[in-house]
Design a protein around this ligand. Structure first.
Ligand code: SF4
Ligand code: SF4
Length: 74
């Protein structure tokens, strides 16, 4: 079974470019269209924690290093 993961996204650093959302293989990230950060931008968030497999694609893709990935203990 793939590892379970969790990501933290610094919403003030995120510029809402959507790259992480598009490159997440399990489609567990989304842009928060209901809220904005202090820059007026929709930021990414972990929409479905159950689906995160800690693959780190999102953190590698993020141009602003806004994402930290954690592996949950098995
Ligand atoms: S670590 Fe992988 S599965 Fe988890 S949110 Fe990032 S891209 Fe998606
Ligand atoms: S790739 Fe980084 S800057 Fe772009 S939406 Fe995701 S967290 Fe935000």
């Amino acid at each position: 079974m793939p590892a379970k993961g969790y990501v933290e996204i610094d919403k003030e650093v995120c510029k809402g470019c959507n790259l992480c959302v598009l490159n997440c293989p399990t489609k567990c990230l989304a842009l928060n269209t209901a809220d904005t950060n202090s820059h007026g931008l929709h930021y990414a968030y972990l929409a479905d924690e159950e689906k995160c497999i800690a693959c780190m694609n999102c953190s590698v893709m993020c141009p602003d290093a806004a994402i930290t990935v954690y592996k949950k203990a098995e």
